[in-house]
Ligand binder design. Sequence first.
Ligand SMILES: [Zn+2]
Ligand SMILES: [Zn+2]
Length: 159
Amino acid sequence: MLGVSTAAMDRQPVGADQAFSLQVSDWPLALGPFSVQGTLSKADDGLQVAIEAHWQAEGTCDRCLGRVEVAVGGRSQALTTDLGQGETWLQVIDQEVDLTPLVEEIEILSWPAKVLCAEGCLGLCPSCGKNLNEGRCQCAETAPPGPFDQLRDLLGKDD
Ligand SMILES: [Zn+2]
Ligand SMILES: [Zn+2]
C-alpha cells in the first residue's frame, strides 16, 4: 500500500492543505524507484488528494514483443469519500490514505496507445515467429504474400 498519513489534517479547517512526497520502490512495472508529489486538502467531504508522478515502466513492443522502456506520468486526484457517483475514491485505513488507485490511474491514462522498440521494427514473422529484426526467415523467400503481410504493410503505412 502507498500510504500517506492523514493525521495532521484531523483538526484542520476546510480549505487547509498539506504537501507530501512519497518514494515508491516496488511498483509492479516500474524500472526503478520513483517519487510521488502530492497535496492533501481538507474538503467538505473528507480529504481531496492530488498527486503527480513520472516514472519509467517496462513495456512490450507491439510488433516483436521485445522489451521497451515506456515513460509514463501525469496527475490524478480523488476524494477520500465515496459520493456514490461512480468516481474513484480513496480508502483511509488507520489514518493512512492509500494512493494506489491514483498511481494506477496515471499509469493507465498515460500508457502510450502504441508501444514500439523502434519506429522501423519489423516484428515477428506470422508464419514461423522469427524476430525479423534479427534477419529474414525462410518463409519470406518461399511463400507468396499472405494476408498477414498485407496487414503488416497497411500497419506500416500508418507509421
Ligand atoms: Zn519491436
Ligand atoms: Zn518466417
